[in-house]
Design a binder for this molecule. Sequence first.
Ligand SMILES: *[C@@H]1O[C@H](CO)[C@@H](O)[C@H](O)[C@H]1NC(C)=O
Ligand SMILES: *[C@@H]1O[C@H](CO)[C@@H](O)[C@H](O)[C@H]1NC(C)=O
Ligand SMILES: *[C@@H]1O[C@H](CO)[C@@H](O)[C@H](O)[C@H]1NC(C)=O
Ligand SMILES: *[C@@H]1O[C@H](CO)[C@@H](O)[C@H](O)[C@H]1NC(C)=O
Length: 820
Amino acid sequence: MRRTLIAGLIAAVTAPLVCAINSQTYTWKNVKIGGGGGFIPGIIFNEKEKGLAYARTDIGGAYKLNNDDSWTPLLDFVGDANWNSWGVDALATDPVEPNRLYMATGMYTNSWDPNNGQILISDDYGATFTSSPLPFKVGGNMAGRGMGERLAIDPHSNNILYFGARNGNGLYKSTNFGASWTKIANFPSSGTFIPDPDDPFDYNNQIVGLAWITFDSTSGAAGAATPRVFVGVANKDESNIFISEDAGATWSAVAGQNTTFLPHKGVLSPSENTLYISYSDGAGPYDGTNGAVKKYHIPTSTWTDITPVSGSDLYFGFGGLAVDKLAPGTVMVAALNSWWPDGQIFRSNDSGATWSPLWGWNGYPNLEKYYTFDNSLAPWTGSDFVDTTPGTLQIGWMMEALAIDPFDSNHWLYGTGATIYGSHDLKKWDTAHNVTLRMLADGIEETSVRGLISPPTGPNLLSGVADITGFVHDNLDTPRLKSYDNPKWMTSQDIDYAGNLPTNIVRIGAGDEEIKQVAFSSDSGSSWAIHYGAPDGVHGGKVAFSADADTILWRTDGSGVLVSRNQATFTANNSIFYGASGNVFYISTNNGATFAASGSLGSSTSVSDVLVNPGLTGDVWASTDKGLFHSTNSGATFTSISGVTQAWSIGFGAPVTTGGYPAIFAAANIDGVGYFRSDDAGVNWVKINDAAHGFGAISGNVLTGDPRIHGRVYLGTNGRGIFYGDTAGAQPPDTATAAPTSSVAVVTSSIILTTSVADPTSAPATSQVPVTSSTSAPLAGATAAVFGQCGGEGWTGATICATGSTCTTSSQWYSQCLPN
Ligand SMILES: *[C@@H]1O[C@H](CO)[C@@H](O)[C@H](O)[C@H]1NC(C)=O
Ligand SMILES: *[C@@H]1O[C@H](CO)[C@@H](O)[C@H](O)[C@H]1NC(C)=O
Ligand SMILES: *[C@@H]1O[C@H](CO)[C@@H](O)[C@H](O)[C@H]1NC(C)=O
Ligand SMILES: *[C@@H]1O[C@H](CO)[C@@H](O)[C@H](O)[C@H]1NC(C)=O
């Protein structure tokens, strides 16, 4: 609710004007969770240079493979202005000049992303990029993002590229290395498949469009455009694979095709003159209950169905598809989503005539695993997200990316909803039928971070993370052994500690409907207890813990502001809470039971963050769409901080000198959008991020300083995990001119709160980037059959069970209708 502007209250600007902003050099590193944490829709090897490969993600940019199996991020320069470039919908690596790299970037084709997409172009393996804007949106985090690749380079004339667009925009072509693009007007189909035309969230109601482009490198010769090109389109019950025999001048549907399912991948086996195609009945990446694998022999125009399983064994679609370029006839295909008992991959060494699986049944419920499992690079997955028992999806889900190294038949990689797997002993599949399955996403940090705290005692950092709940970061540089447990929600939406008793921590969850969404720890996050006073089915929002850990204030998603006291003892003013909404600041002196409007925040219309100084009575900061505001009288009046025109997440850090006023970190607009630190209570600021570190969309990010290390800041992104920054350059001059104001004794009745807790009538400010990598809300559907699936993360089908059966959870990922 927009509040009436109270004019004049903040008329006087008391701080001196800020001149040019100094910068300080920072060293930025990822806080290591280890091994991904989100969906990997594409893995692409270069056909010419051994060892060159890339992985693309849907919300966190793209990575280049190193020769030690680790990955290096390529799009960390992406900042707020070009945030949608972290959604990479397609990637192409040049088969002629391997230094050339292209990506089609853009996050959403709906209103969530106001900007059109672009082709990012590099001629130095992704070290630097130029951008070629497209006249339409690109959907790196839309349905069908694992289909592909929808961007391809002509292997005989690498100045030529094709890009298959979404949303009815058709097929585009460049003849100048991606610099400019022209629509191919006579391409026959721009796509008709829409995952859910009635999606009330305006997400699955978009046309998926063109899915992949595959040049037939056996046609034509180097130096002239490749004549034969295949294009797969997300169509059902109408032609969905098209061919040109004249380098894109004319197109027709490939004769004899079967249009029952959507073609996800079209992979050429040059030595067999054959195009292999994987199909699913959904666009993915979450869905798919039926599908097929087919091959098309080009010289004879012959189609052959080579689907590895049939009948009741075929309860999934197919996604990832790869051929071994060094071993003609060796083909691998992944079940896109076999949600139970595990994902599945099939391998054939006779062109699909026969297949062998990655696991088989060894007398229900036991699985015979034709692999050994090694998750040492992402150990948190073992105890928490994949397990060694049946029914827990050890080998993965959302498997759209599958690739065999064109220079090494033993080296393969595949992407899942959470990480990358692979090995260097793939040929053992055909001999011992026993490969080593390793998690190989070291260097990839793809989480969407929702909350960060750095308490003054205990571990320096605790996180709340989407999809994989969050972690105690007692070491910033080593992979996490486990995430929060008991409760382990999908997402920990926010986290706070008690100012006077900082080993006491509260966190709230989002995403799971069936369990309570508030939990406490009294040992710095090592162990947790569910707050049984929390109402069922209420989740999300923001949480604040009172200074003495006796009162929780919870601004829920959709259920107003709730207050809970878990201990009986209270001290005076211990449980004052602040809140803000619009331009009104609120104070509650009765444990959050009621709030009264207090000071005004200028002309602000939305508040991002509220920060309370635990060391100085009445010292409060609020960041808004109109600036940064400071109060020294418990919010009765505010001063607008000069030079700050907008601010998002704000946090305190250690003061320059012990006992001084804490450093303030701000995601803000101060002569430009970026990340800043002030060591003198907002008088002077230094910019702490640089051109190589943009951190994506600023409104989606969270930050906090470290109260123990001056200059240290933790920054949580929406798709590139958590970073920590430390000062590396000298403190710029004139940045601590104001005397530290904190000579006042620390109050015991200090106030702890978080964003926008008050105004229960107001909708919370939401991030401009609302959807994370591998989550989707299950939609209520029709009735599931007995023994059918009825739930699990990502499930979009029926959730009601047939009469006589009950929906029973077997894992986070799978619920089944079991007979009563
Ligand atoms: C097309 O494919 C579907 C699914 O694989 C199959 O059931 C159907 O019989 C096929 N149609 C023809 C004409 O082969
Ligand atoms: C695969 O090899 C591992 C390690 O040698 C072994 O423990 C496992 O039993 C083997 N699996 C099969 C199915 O042979
Ligand atoms: C092909 O695969 C089968 C079954 O996996 C295996 O028995 C056979 O030895 C393989 N052939 C070659 C040439 O690797
Ligand atoms: C409690 O807080 C109010 C408002 O900030 C202040 O006026 C009062 O002095 C405080 N009382 C104590 C005992 O600190």
